[in-house]
Ligand binder design. Structure first.
Ligand code: ADP
Length: 221
């Protein structure tokens, strides 16, 4: 469960990116955060990841108040949250397999678990045959599948996606959306920030709209 209570974020240059936002997203939900560029979508995701601090209000994830989390506790919060970005952010000198395995090494999974889980997740995202390829040898869609595999390999209960289809053509975007639906059907809560109206309309999921930092619409599916 994700809960924001009257959250405001003003950056140090005086820009207020979010104003008094309250919302709650239940376990297992699939929600879009929509709004034009500059409306505050990324700021909302960054607040959940503790990349930025709220100026006012409280943020709760899984009944835990993360508003004033100590620095050393942040890695534990991040384990609860898988993240996918528009620009994939893969490690260029590692293969698909190694990129995904690396996420398991960071949480000190055993080599045996890594050998078992990485191929499983790669086949789930349809990349079993590309395990030995490097990111530059992949299409955009394949790179995003790799990023998705990496984001879910440690089974986070929540997956945050910031413009996950922003660099993809419509057909490929739709494949990624189908994968996200599959991941959601396995119980993962999914929150997607996007400005792609077509996709949002077709998916028929919850839509939370921000405009100039204010929540202006919250439509349940
Ligand atoms: P979106 O993801 O919807 O494009 P953002 O959350 O990135 O919106 O930005 C919301 C507003 O906050 C914009 O006006 C943007 O210029 C501003 N902003 C974002 N990050 C920073 C920052 N680090 N410092 C100052 N202003 C920022």
């Amino acid at each position: 469960m994700i809960k924001l209570n009257n959250v405001t974020k003003t950056y140090s240059n005086g820009t207020t990116a979010l104003k008094n936002v309250s919302l709650s997203i239940e376990k297992g939900e699939f929600a879009f955060i929509i709004g034009n560029s500059g409306s505050g979508k990324s700021t909302l995701l960054k607040l959940l990841l503790k990349e930025v601090e709220p100026s006012q209000g409280t943020i709760i994830i899984h009944n835990k108040d993360i508003t004033h989390l100590k620095k050393r506790q942040i890695p534990y919060l991040r384990r609860e949250l898988g993240v996918v970005f528009q620009d994939f952010r893969l490690l260029p000198n590692k293969t698909v397999y190694e990129n995904v395995a690396f996420a398991m090494q960071i949480v000190e999974a055993s080599p045996k678990e890594i050998r078992r889980n990485v191929p499983m997740v790669l086949s789930m995202v349809g990349l079993a045959k590309k395990a030995r390829a490097y990111p530059t040898q992949l299409s955009g869609g394949e790179q995003q599948r790799t990023a998705l595999a990496r984001a879910i390999i440690n089974n986070p209960p929540i997956l945050l996606c910031d413009e996950p289809t922003g660099n993809l053509d419509p057909g490929t975007s739709w494949e990624i959306m189908k994968l996200l639906k599959d991941i959601n059907n396995r119980g993962t809560t999914i929150v997607i920030a996007t400005h792609e109206k077509d996709i949002v309309d077709k998916m028929k999921k919850r839509v939370i709209e921000v405009k100039d930092g204010t929540l202006v619409r919250d439509l349940q599916k």
